[in-house]
Ligand binder design. Structure first.
Ligand code: GDP
Length: 442
């Protein structure tokens, strides 16, 4: 999002690109664009923070960080060393075209995390959408240094939060960063928290789902290790890594029927079984279970399950699994298809109603419906109503002819072919290469 709107260098962005950048900013919040670091505006410190997190969790080794530090010092920018930990990934991505969402993995004692790093560049928009639609929570990073929050960042943070909300992300961690620059002022932290909290609750987030943490990414305070600064001793709440551990998907996903969107398909193992991998969105599975593949409606069985390359007897919502299948031919499974419980299957549908945030003018029109990494052609069949952004109540007359950018509307979408979709799936509507709306199935 820094690439959009600020500085006025390079070709002006269309609204669609700007908005899409902002979704990336909102949902990913860690690393937004691919502008060379040295050319960028000083920003909230997302890359530095993530670099610090990975470094302190020992995901990055000392040698690598020392090498970055040396290179950075040569440039007279020693503070960039931590940020390069993440940028390294984007360079690799730029070279290798096979990786569609650059990921960094890290583990805490309790949980393993995947950082979805989807830059706001237009070439990466479909990947960014995939990233956004998979996020369990968002980390918004706010620069607490004097004047930064006030000068425009406030508006940007607000917009990011609304976009994240329209994509169905409910849980937010707000890192109030660079507190070292204001001598760990509790007053400054409270001032920012109060203001941000007010607009987040107005935007529909529940206050129990928002946590504020005072941090310094650069010095590593309250990220993986609690600050030892005397000036920071007033803060006794959770530090970032503790809060990440607390942010696991709601346990009620466990009691819902089994759903897994196939992220990869491969043949492996001695008996050469057909295997798929992906994250269990809801429910649980165990060896021997029957599954239904959608949209093909083919049945299959679980021969074996693996979590982190280790065989397990069962697996639950939130885990990334590899499932070895039997009783199904390869032609009935594609990346993006859904494996589900046969007794409570996801339906293949050709029409749905969604509540979307419009980024461009919406009218009954041809669109592409993006869901995760897949997209299906279709059209907006009808605009049911424009809704109040916060309360969701109908505003104005029913069946308006157009929806203006920035407004939330309920729309009926018709697809050219039936695909497995159910509420509250996150969908993004695109037209002529531009993102025109994003929101949730109802
Ligand atoms: P991004 O663009 O949001 O990824 O921000 P960067 O991580 O590149 O950081 C922008 C600038 O802020 C860099 O010069 C960093 O060294 C600096 N910075 C980042 N975090 C902190 C912090 O916690 N304290 C201070 N004083 N500076 C920071």
């Amino acid at each position: 999002s820094k690439a959009a709107g600020k500085g006025g260098k390079g070709p002006p962005k269309t609204n669609g690109e700007k908005r899409a950048d902002q979704i990336a900013g909102g949902v990913e919040a860690m690393k937004l664009d691919d502008t060379p670091r040295a050319k960028r505006h000083v920003d909230a410190g997302k890359s530095t923070l993530m670099g610090r997190l990975l470094y302190d969790l020992k995901v990055v080794d000392q040698r690598t960080i020392d090498r970055y530090r040396k290179e950075a010092e040569k440039m007279g920018k020693s503070s960039f060393a931590l940020a390069w930990v993440l940028d390294q990934g984007s360079e690799e991505r730029a070279r290798g075209v096979t990786i569609d969402i650059a990921t960094n993995k890290f583990e805490t004692e309790k949980t393993s995390f995947t950082i979805l790093d989807a830059p706001g560049h237009r070439d990466f928009i479909p990947n960014m959408i995939a990233g956004a639609s998979q996020a369990d929570f968002a980390v918004l990073v706010i620069d607490a240094s004097t004047g930064s929050f006030e000068s425009g960042l406030k508006g940007q943070t607000k917009e990011h939060a609304l976009l994240v909300r329209s994509m169905g992300v409910q849980r937010l961690i707000i890192v109030v960063n660079k507190l070292d620059t204001v001598d760990w002022s509790e007053e400054r932290f409270t001032e920012i928290s109060t203001q941000v909290s007010a607009f987040l609750t107005a935007a529909g987030f529940l206050s129990k789902n928002i946590t504020f943490i005072p941090c310094s990414g650069l010095h590593g305070d309250n990220i993986v290790r609690r600050s030892t600064e005397a000036a920071a001793s007033w803060y006794t709440g959770p530090i970032l890594v503790e809060e990440l551990d607390n942010s696991q998907p709601a346990s009620r996903a466990l009691s819902k029927p089994f759903r897994l969107t196939i992220g990869d398909i491969f043949r492996g193992g001695v008996q050469n079984p057909l295997s798929v991998s992906g994250r269990i969105e809801s429910g649980s599975i165990q060896m021997g279970d029957a599954l239904l593949a959608q949209p093909s409606t083919e049945k299959c069985f679980i021969k074996a399950v693996e979590v982190d390359q280790e065989p397990v007897d069962w697996a639950v919502a939130g885990q990334n699994v590899t499932i070895h299948l039997s009783g199904i031919e390869e032609q009935y499974l594609k990346i993006g298809d859904v494996l589900c419980s046969p007794s409570n299957p996801i339906q293949n549908i050709k029409q749905f109603t969604a509540k979307v945030l419009a980024f461009e003018f919406l009218t009954p029109m041809q669109i592409d419906v993006h869901r995760g990494r897949l997209h299906t052609p279709g059209r907006i069949k009808e605009i049911v109503a424009v809704l109040d952004k916060h309360s969701g109540a109908v505003v104005g007359k029913k069946k308006p002819r157009v929806v203006k950018p920035g407004l939330v509307a309920r729309v009926v979408v018709e697809l050219e072919m039936a695909v497995p979709l159910e509420a509250p799936a996150r969908v993004v509507l695109r037209s002529n290469g531009e993102t025109v709306a994003a929101g949730l199935l109802e």
